[in-house]
Design a protein around this ligand. Structure first.
Ligand code: ZN
Length: 281
């Protein structure tokens, strides 16, 4: 199933994308696409509905973040070897984890806004993992059963805020619009192997990142197990699983996003995002 949240920011309604690509309104059945819905019982209930019986949504509404009321976003740093190399760092002995503010979440085609004072805004296409079952101390072998679904995610980053302002990654990862997710949440039963998905990011029509989730150093199942050694993952929580090489920060000379740039990124089967970059108001 492909689940969406459509409508104006803050007023999104839950929907389902039917087999012809049209959105069907789910608000007669669920309040939102959120942790409660994504718990396994909730998903099973939606799966039983006949899409043809759901009201058709007319036009092409804006798509909001594909999950609502996310309680946390856990980011993973340097999870692709060639990306670690381009940043000039050794692959870490243990995964780097950071928290990204949930207020950064935005829709798949929403504008990306340069935060005030931004000089080094950068792109990071990633596989997003959405948790469906409360997870603590989870074993790798059973970890994927805790996943509700997957989505395309751009972990937009401000490198000066991230690396030159002291402290943690969080400062460079959390501005408004720095977390586009979607267009859809694709439920886990429709993703045969999360480690075999092509992903790419294009800037102004030029390919910058092109890889496959099979190149992750720590695959999704081990990441979930690892993260839950340190914190409980709740239904609706999101993991940004790390970005492959080809970010602006790694280019020679480095290249960063500016107003008017167009960003296009996708993970195979999970849908495409298209953004335009705007300067602060
Ligand atoms: Zn990232």
């Amino acid at each position: 199933m492909k689940l969406v949240r459509y409508g104006n920011p803050g007023k999104e309604q839950p929907g389902l994308v039917d087999s012809t690509g049209q959105i069907r309104n789910l608000s007669g059945h669920i309040q939102d696409v959120n942790g409660e819905t994504l718990a396994l019982a909730g998903l099973a209930r939606i799966a039983k509905l006949d899409p043809a019986t759901l009201p058709l949504v007319s036009g092409s509404p804006r798509l909001g973040p594909c999950v609502g009321q996310v309680s946390k976003i856990v980011g993973v740093g340097l999870n692709y070897a060639r990306h670690a190399a381009e940043t000039g760092q050794e692959p870490p002995k243990e995964p780097i984890l950071f928290l990204k503010a949930t207020s950064s979440l935005s829709g798949a085609n929403d504008p990306i806004l340069l935060p005030r004072g931004s000089q080094k805004m950068d792109w990071e296409v990633e596989l997003g993992v959405v948790i469906g079952t409360t997870a603590r101390y989870v074993r790798t072998e059973e970890a994927l059963s805790y996943v509700a679904g997957y989505c395309t995610l751009n972990d937009v980053s401000e490198r000066a805020f991230q690396n030159e302002r002291g402290g943690q990654f969080t400062k460079g990862k959390s501005a408004d619009t720095f977390g586009p997710i979607g267009p859809w949440l694709v439920t886990a039963d429709d993703v045969r192997n999360p480690q075999a998905l092509d992903l790419f990011c294009e800037i102004n029509g030029e390919m910058r990142q092109q890889s496959n989730t099979g190149d992750m150093m720590m695959p999704v199942a081990r990441l979930i197990s690892y993260i839950t050694e340190f914190m409980t993952l709740m239904p609706g929580d999101l993991i940004a699983t790390g970005t492959p090489s080809g970010v602006g920060h790694g280019m020679k000379p480095p290249q960063f996003l500016k107003a008017g740039d167009r960003v296009r990124c996708a993970v195979a089967g999970l849908g495409e995002q298209r953004h335009e970059v705007f300067a602060p108001l």
